[in-house]
Design a protein around this ligand. Structure first.
Ligand code: HPA
Length: 304
């Protein structure tokens, strides 16, 4: 419980969340309270870090000392995962001595879920007490200097999803109406992730992630446009969760694995299977970075 005590982010209490007016807000807060109560019945830990494991990265759960594994289908108000390679299980336990909650599989906008459903698990993890979110994904390389298998530490993002999880009435107990986005990804965590990568001889870049709605991969003209817009990688996830985490005051580290690199002048076809295969191959590298980050967090927690 040492680590739990040291998570400094203030967690809104159930009653506090529920007291905000407006039907919309009441719905979200009531749903969060019900989901939190359900998780607490299955697991009595207090997570410090939340991991969102993208396509092909679920194997990372093998490294967790698991105390509870909860199918999404049993959690109140969770949507159903339909995406390839997304198991749909919340894994609770310890990783590198840090209490964590890991999403083995996420929800995507392209599955037809509303943005609030896509980000409901992040809201839940925030209400459970996390103050660090590590959000991972498989992404297409728009920067042609990148190669398949490289890791990208996300330094910024461009939201091209035509949707935002904060649309609608704001619950001021969860975060501000107009959250700042000048630095959505934590600078200290970014620097640490790059250092850990270097120590393990993992090729890692600092880059800008563009989020698109999907589910199709990009056309040649779209890859060209994304590059001109300043994107280094493109994917169909991560940004909604990062926005909600930033809104809730949770530190965010974003990690992409490059699963295909676009050369718009000679674009090769991409498909879900090859993306998944490339991501699975990169999983040990992403795992090393995440474990290194959590090791540092454990030291920080122990010294406070
Ligand atoms: N585009 C969008 N999403 C992706 C890609 C891509 O090229 N690769 C993996 N996810």
């Amino acid at each position: 419980m040492r680590a739990a005590r040291l998570c400094r982010r203030r967690v809104p209490q159930a009653r506090e969340i529920a007291l905000v007016g407006s039907y919309n807000i009441h719905q979200l807060s009531k749903q969060m309270t019900e989901a939190v109560d359900f998780i607490r019945q299955q697991w009595n830990g207090t997570p410090c870090a939340g991991l969102v494991l993208g396509s092909g990265l679920g194997k990372l759960c093998d490294a967790i000392e698991i105390e509870a594994a909860i199918d999404y289908s049993t959690i109140p108000h969770f949507a159903r995962t339909t995406a390839m390679g997304h198991v749909g299980r919340l894994v609770c336990g310890n990783l590198e001595g840090v209490p964590v909650i890991a999403m083995n599989g996420r929800f995507h906008f392209y599955e037809g879920h509303a943005m609030r459903q896509v980000t409901f698990p992040m809201r839940l993890m925030g209400a459970l007490g996390i103050d660090l979110a590590i959000v991972t994904n498989a992404a297409g390389g728009v920067n042609r200097q990148y190669a398949t298998g490289d890791v990208v530490v996300i330094e910024d993002h461009i939201n091209l999803m035509c949707g935002n999880p904060l649309t609608g009435t704001n619950d001021d107990s969860l975060g501000p109406r107009f959250p700042d986005m000048s630095q959505p990804y934590d600078l200290v965590l970014m620097a640490r992730a790059l250092t850990i990568a270097r120590l393990h001889h993992i090729i890692a870049h600092r880059g800008v992630y563009a989020a698109v709605a999907g589910p199709n991969y990009e056309t040649r003209a779209e890859y060209r446009l994304l590059r001109r817009l300043g994107a280094d990688v493109v994917g169909m996830s991560t940004v909604p969760e990062a926005i909600v985490a930033a809104h809730a005051g949770i530190r965010v580290l974003g990690l992409s694995t490059v699963t295909n690199v676009s050369n718009p002048d000679a674009l090769k076809p991409t498909d879900g299977e090859s993306v998944l295969d490339a991501s699975r191959l990169a999983e040990p590298r992403v795992r090393k970075i995440i474990c290194g980050i959590l090791e540092k967090e454990a030291n920080r927690l122990a010294s406070e």
